[in-house]
Design a protein around this ligand. Structure first.
Ligand SMILES: [Zn+2]
Length: 375
């Protein structure tokens, strides 16, 4: 079937899009959020700190796009009689939602048109990027053959523009509802995110200790095998907590061999090996990106080069301990959280004093370490 191929080609972008939407952060979030939330005592919404140990790094105000200006996107919408809504909702659930590249949780699917007994509803069928012409969506509705909606004609379908970003306040939500399309206000988006993000803080602590342990062990190596700088990175698969890569800073051997770059390279090499093994058994190569879904733990805030490497490798989350003057995530550019880059990832800083103290102790063992150097 024509649509099947078409849909399959859309799945990766659909995942990307929903990821980006779910993690989109709004400038006013921390001001808006409730400071004390009895159901979430482990979250400091004002400081965006979880369990007092993990600080969310977010600076959307530096992004090029103002979150309070709607970014409009085109969607196909159809005029319905009230009795058609059940079939419409079923059609959307079965034929559209699994393939839809855009998320619509921030808007209402149906809009009431007119009053009294003869009112009608406008319903959003799908984004215009899913079906580029009216005929394509109409063909799918006809193929679906639910008698309630299969008689739909071309003049019942129109293209409209709706905001693709989530409003930051209830007031803006109401304003956009008046101007464009009814919005669904679920509260401050970053507060929602902080409530939904899942951390097992005991396991996070264990990972940080492992990171520091591997760094400390490396300092005990003989001089020729020592990392150049006391910087270590581990890459972890959060599904099984397996460490898929461990790396150290070796920039004296090669100027690009920062630990994060080496970690990315090591994961790439492992993936290449596993793909070659698969291809030997006539299994198709996996699609996807190198570090998709993986978590990076690193001792120092990655530099701009490493941060861009993380963007390109489509990492899920980065956790580091020491912010750096040359850093590309918190200190400069905020490269994990920019609307003008095609990938965003979560950035967190580990705050626990005893671990930072431990890191600084290890640093002191490296006489050559220079705090000013790019990490
Ligand atoms: Zn670097």
């Amino acid at each position: 079937m024509l649509y099947k191929k078409f849909f399959e080609s859309l799945v990766p972008s659909s995942l990307r899009s929903s990821f980006r939407e779910s993690f989109r952060i709004i400038e006013n979030s921390q001001k808006m959020a409730k400071i004390k939330d009895v159901d979430h005592p482990h979250i400091d919404f004002e400081k965006a700190v979880i369990y007092g140990k993990l600080k969310q790094i977010k600076y959307s105000k530096i992004n090029n796009v103002d979150a309070n200006i709607p970014r409009l996107t085109s969607v196909w919408c159809c005029r319905l009689k009230p009795q058609q809504t059940k079939a419409f909702v079923k059609f959307i659930r079965e034929c559209i939602t699994p393939y839809e590249p855009q998320t619509f949780t921030h808007i209402k699917r149906l809009k009431k048109i007119g009053t009294g007994k003869d009112f009608r509803l406008d319903g959003i069928l799908c984004s215009s990027s899913l079906f580029t012409t009216k005929d394509q969506i109409l063909e799918l509705i006809h193929e679906y053959s639910d008698p309630e909606i299969s008689e739909m004609t071309s003049d019942q379908i129109n293209e409209v523009k709706i905001p693709s970003n989530i409003p930051t306040t209830r007031e803006i939500s109401l304003e956009w509802s008046e101007k464009f399309w009814p919005m669904s206000w679920r509260g401050d988006p970053n507060a929602q995110f902080l409530k939904e993000v899942k951390f097992d803080i005991v396991k996070e602590k264990q990972m940080i200790r492992k990171l520091l342990d591997v760094l400390e062990t490396a300092t005990e190596e003989i001089e020729s095998k020592k990392p150049t700088l006391p910087v270590a990175t581990i890459v972890v698969n959060p599904n099984n907590e397996e460490i898929v890569s461990t790396s150290f800073d070796c920039r004296l051997a090669h100027p690009l061999h920062h630990s994060v770059m080496l970690a990315i390279e090591q994961v790439a090499q492992n993936e290449k090996k596993s793909r070659l093994q698969k291809s030997a058994h006539s299994v198709e190569f996996d699609s996807g990106y190198l570090l998709n879904g993986l978590v990076v733990y690193t001792t120092h805030e990655p530099c701009v080069m490493c941060s861009m490497g993380l963007v390109h490798s489509r990492i899920k989350r980065v956790i580091y301990l020491q912010p750096m003057k040359s850093g590309g995530l918190e200190t400069n550019y905020q490269l994990g959280d920019r609307d003008d880059l095609n990938w965003n990832f979560e950035t967190w800083r580990w705050l626990e004093e005893e671990d930072l103290k431990k890191l600084h102790e290890i640093e002191r063992k490296y006489k050559t370490f220079d705090q000013e150097v790019n990490v």
